[in-house]
Ligand binder design. Sequence first.
Ligand SMILES: [Zn+2]
Length: 551
Amino acid sequence: MIQSFAFSFLFLFCFYFFIFYFLFFSVFIFFFLHFSLIPKYIRFENFYITMPDVLIKNVRLLADGVLTPAEILIENGKVTGIAKEFRISEYDALIDGKNAVAIPAGIDAHVHFRDPGMTYKENWYTGSCSAAAGGITTVLEHPNTLPPVIDKSGFYLKLKQAKKKSIIDFGINGGVTNNLEKLTELWALGVNCFGEIFMAESTGGLNISNDTLGSALSKIGQMEAVAAIHAEDDALRLQNEKLLLNDNSDDVHSRIRPNECEEIAVRNCLKINEAEKTPTNIHFCHTSTPEAVALIDAARKDLQAKQNQMIEKNKNKDPAERTSDYQILRHITCEVTPHHLFLSTKDCGRLKTFGKMNPPLRDPKSAEYMMTALRTGLVNAVASDHAPHRTYEKETAIKAAPSGVPGVETLMPLMLAAVRKNMLSLERMIEVTSRNPARIFDLERLGKGFLKPGFDADIVLFDPKDVQVIKAKNLHTRCEWTPYEGMDGIFPAMTLSRGDVLWDGSQIIAKKGRGSFLPGKGRRPDADEFDGVDDRDLIDENEMENEEEDE
Ligand SMILES: [Zn+2]
């Protein structure tokens, strides 16, 4: 009896001990595996909802100049792996790329989203949707809004609008006018760079004299920031305006602001910068002429030679012993717009005021040269200079019409179509639409510009055979027209930003306001979100009436 009782007791003890031991270790092993070594194999769908994991299968990537089948793994908005095959069965979302080509999404370093102040033309929501549908997931927005970004309240007003509405990531540029005492403050608030700095009259009236330009460049040089320059000579423009006062032909705007206008301004700007005590990094916006490119190329080579000498001279010295002319390595870069590549004065008759922008359309030879310069590396980047105006504003006399054309949604499609036509390689296209803009504007630091592990999963999928006809009615800008109507474009089959699908090839599926602010490297760590700005300053009159249309 006693024996039997002892036996039962022992049996039950062992049984419960075993159950307890088993449960304890199961739980332990489960959590151990879940959080560590091979989480993908045991993570149950939706069990762990804080981490959106995406596997993109069945795409092709450019590797050593050849399109190669690949899979892309995304965790926490970043690319975590690229391989031929991952053999993973658990994920939050699977995207079948259907043999599409995957490239880094575009960075458009030159857009005017008109918000705040001119939201009847565009706003941060419509502008960013337009960008996303065209394969752009990062923009740098320029300062000539109302009010312009020339001080703290202007900066915060724009930041607030962008945070509320943008579906893509964005940087904000600081304006330069007669506000030199505000530049340090703007830099500390987190502007990406300074400009565009207008050397001639254009939308917004922020143009400055050559004297002010010199002081501004010196100040920007002290901060080791980039000055983005709109180079057009105002004296020559004014002179031509008088000469051509009664000329109303379709191409008159191109003759008022001829190639020489850009050439003079680029030469002056380079000269002024070099004469300053602390010359700065210069980026020429929307270069459009062989003359300007030649000057920039020569200046770049000159600078390179000087810097090589400087490096040689200081090679074996302590930082304290370096010669006084030792300075931070600077760069001189430039961009071209799609309209200066794919349109020319041949289109003036057809486009009329809808082909009016600054700098203006150039003769076909200049346009052809700009593509060669882009292909061969003389021009570093493509940027849209997206500058929308409504149809009713453009439907007026050539001299009275506002300057500017939309372009953020057609930049990547036009460039991909150009690749298909062998005008440049896909490798170079990627270089000038993502990698180089990231390098020039210091966005690599923030995970932008490259499709590789550790970088943001900002990706465009496209079918290289899917050539479409560009039609304004299919675009997402508030502006109802495009100067590229009827031209070929290869549009994204899908656009992802930090792993989120923004555009699925037929519709925008992103939440308004999901876009992140990309602070410039000068941002003070203690700069508050809306530091000292009264919320009452932040009401935009136009906003109320346009709010409903946005959705
Ligand atoms: Zn400009």
